[in-house]
Design a binder for this molecule. Structure first.
Ligand SMILES: NC(=O)c1ccc[n+]([C@@H]2O[C@H](COP(=O)([O-])OP(=O)(O)OC[C@H]3O[C@@H](n4cnc5c(N)ncnc54)[C@H](OP(=O)(O)O)[C@@H]3O)[C@@H](O)[C@H]2O)c1
Length: 309
């Protein structure tokens, strides 16, 4: 098993690099992590030639165009098109190259806006999506279904995992295009340095979310790659939820910002509650290990450049 060659598409991103760390720690030595310059995954010819030439035993799709509410609701066509192309190229060309094992990373954004909570895997396509990230969600749904149908039609071990919100080393701390945790870390840190009196957070602060430390996800993904053989996608989350306001307070505490936290209800909230039902994962024997406070401390160290890379 450890002699297998594994392509980690997006292997230099947050999830991909966590996956590389995990695989290396487990003794996997033949890892392929081409950069975008080496291999543009939206280009079918490049992907076909690369897979034929390298012939990996397994493919992990950790490449995608990702972003927060602002980026998702602004660059809607780009999110739909680029993600569709990446998935279609990697899944179809893996099949053509006779690669039998593939793990696709979706997201809990695939589920309907008003899905039952915690969200079971079966909630997929039962009602309308959250409009702010429709392009991203539609593309991810197509990726999930491609895996299911290559599994069913061709007997390929193409599986897909739906992680909840992730955070950790290698996160994107961009002021506009980042997810909630890296955005909060940056803003709380800047407010602390400037000795600001307050930090304003987008929306009402009421939405409930769950957050998983990325190294816990990587452990779950390896667990699935080695043993999960079902066509149904599977959720991976923390099993715990927290409001955005409570999260902001926790980040402020970890960072050491002592001013006030003010909500701005004029900005969009997104889905009111989003928590993945992880009972299928826990029944298989997987549990997350890192508490939110501990993960935030590690992330803040990473932001400061002190974390292990
Ligand atoms: N972050 C989360 O909270 C979260 C939550 C649920 C699911 N996920 C899923 O987890 C996966 C990884 O996310 P992440 O947070 O690790 O994102 P990330 O840090 O932005 O990494 C994505 C990687 O994909 C690469 N990539 C994007 N388009 C490419 C292209 N056309 N050709 C080659 N490489 C390309 C990026 O390369 P560049 O560096 O050159 O852009 C980057 O290395 C995605 O499928 C995402 O949907 C993430």
């Amino acid at each position: 098993m450890k002699e297998l060659t594994i392509l980690i598409a997006g292997g230099r991103g947050m999830v991909g690099s966590a996956m590389v760390r995990r695989l290396q720690a487990e003794g996997y030595r033949h890892l392929l992590t081409p950069s975008r310059e080496d291999l543009d995954l939206t280009d079918q010819h490049q992907v076909r030639a690369y897979l034929r030439h390298k012939q990996p035993d397994s493919v992990i799709i950790a490449a995608a165009k990702v972003g927060g509410i602002y980026a998702n609701s602004t660059y809607t066509a780009d999110f739909l098109y680029e993600n569709l192309m990446i998935e279609c190229n990697l899944i179809h060309e893996s099949h053509r190259a006779d690669i039998d094992r593939l793990l696709f990373l979706g997201s809990t954004c695939i589920y309907p806006k008003l899905a039952p909570q915690p969200i079971p895997e079966e909630a997929l396509l039962t009602s309308a999506l959250e409009p702010t990230n429709e392009g991203y969600a539609l593309a991810k749904i197509a990726g999930v279904k491609l895996c299911t149908h290559y599994y069913k039609q061709y007997g390929r071990s193409y599986i897909s995992a739906m992680p909840t919100n992730l955070y950790g080393p290698g996160d994107n701390y961009h002021p506009q295009n980042s997810h909630v945790i890296p955005a909060l870390i940056r803003r709380m840190h800047e407010a602390k340095v400037k000795e600001a009196d307050e930090v304003v957070i987008w929306g009402s602060g009421k939405p409930l979310r769950d957050f998983l430390y990325v190294d816990d996800l990587a452990e779950a993904l390896l667990f699935l790659l080695e043993g999960y053989r079902e066509s149904l996608h599977i959720n991976v989350g923390s099993g715990e939820e927290i409001s955005i306001l409570e999260l902001a307070k926790l980040v402020a505490d970890v960072v050491g910002f002592q001013g006030e936290i003010v909500t701005d209800p004029s900005m969009p909230d997104g889905t009111p509650r989003k928590m993945a039902d992880i009972s299928r994962m826990t029944q298989l024997g997987w549990q997350p290990k890192t508490s939110l406070r501990e993960g935030l401390k590690l992330s803040y160290n990473d932001f400061l450049g002190l974390g292990k890379k």
